[in-house]
Design a protein around this ligand. Structure first.
Ligand code: LMR
Length: 334
């Protein structure tokens, strides 16, 4: 009984000391940033993530450690957004087609033949309306940090002929999880099937699907050209990315760390976006040289036929996306 007060003091003192040393330890430890993505390391996105790691760790020595996980190693398509919101990863860069559960506006980028080329995509992303979209999912806990380019999509199948929309009628195509893309394939009488990126090669190889749409760099790095007969150079749409982070985690970072990460992101974005076009060109040439799938050039009339067939998709989604946003994107073509 006599020693009770002393014991209390000791207990409080000890827990104080413990708490203090734990926080001192935490302050010494770098903040770990897991950056997960689904493509190969030698693609535009893979190289952007690697660049971000290098610059962030150089600008914030000892303060951050960036761990990059390519090829759906950590989380695949179906899980990465959820993992980000749960705090299991801190950065991801899904293609713009994969946000439709979180916002209808970003579906804009999936409208077929919306942008004439990647310069137009870039002009729109850097415009006021484009930048606003980076913040359009804040109420869902997602903060957009940057747009990263991949490139224009091409269409491939396991058939010898792929020139006009009627050649793809009745075929099964793998699509990303996007309702706009689903409508796009239905517009020419095909059967779209939503599948995670990591499952595409096998689905093509085993004939679960007949074809798919993707950029040259994704087709080459995943070897899709080895299990497809024809790739038509349609340039009918775009695959680009939004680098997103968990808004709450981001807002809770020490100010100097956040500023350093912003700088690293800006540098990685310039690097990745400057490289994307060259990487796609290079991979297109590699596909041609590999002589597995035949690369088909389309005439202006062929392209016009695809464009006309896919046109009704715009009207169908205009209400969800917003006519003003569609118009702003079209202005970037001028
Ligand atoms: C796809 O699923 O086809 C692409 O979005 C993969 C990617 O991230 O480029």
């Amino acid at each position: 009984m006599k020693f009770a007060p002393m014991r209390i003091v000791n207990a409080i003192g000890m827990s104080f000391a413990l708490a203090f040393s734990a926080s001192a330890l935490a302050a010494d430890k770098p903040i770990v940033i897991k950056f997960s993505h689904v493509v190969a390391a030698n693609t535009p996105k893979g190289q952007g993530a690697q660049k971000f790691k290098e610059v962030a760790e150089k600008l914030l020595p000892g303060k951050v450690q960036v761990q990059v996980f390519p090829n759906s190693q950590l989380f695949g398509d179906g899980k990465e957004l959820e993992a980000l919101l749960l705090g299991d990863v801190q950065m991801i860069a899904p293609s713009l087609s994969k946000f439709d559960r979180y916002t209808k506006q970003v579906q804009l980028f999936d409208l077929p033949f919306l942008f004439n080329d990647m310069d137009a995509v870039d002009r729109f992303q850097q415009s006021e309306k484009g930048k606003e979209l980076l913040d359009s999912m804040k109420d869902r806990g997602l903060k957009g940090l940057a747009y990263w380019h991949n490139g224009m999509k091409q269409l491939s199948t396991n058939k010898a002929k792929l020139q006009r929309p009627e050649d793809a009628k009745g075929l099964k195509f793998r699509i990303q999880a996007s309702d706009v893309l689903e409508a796009q394939f239905r517009a020419f009488g095909a059967n779209p099937q939503k599948l995670a990126f990591s499952e595409v090669y096998q689905a093509l190889q085993t004939g679960v699907v007949d074809g798919q749409e993707n950029t040259w760099s994704n087709i080459y790095s995943q070897k899709f050209h080895e299990v497809q007969k024809t790739i038509a150079e349609t340039n009918h749409g775009v695959i680009d990315y939004m680098v997103v982070t968990n808004a709450q985690w981001w807002d809770g970072l020490p100010e100097d760390v956040r500023a350093g990460l912003e700088k690293a992101m800006a540098e990685a974005t310039t690097f990745a976006n400057d490289k994307a076009a060259d990487l796609n060109e290079q991979d297109k040439q590699r596909i041609v040289d590999a002589k597995k799938a035949q690369v088909v050039q389309l005439s202006d009339e062929d392209v016009a036929a695809w464009r006309t067939t896919m046109e009704p998709v715009w009207k169908k989604f205009e209400g969800d996306i917003g006519a003003d946003l569609i118009q702003a994107a079209q202005e970037a073509n001028k």
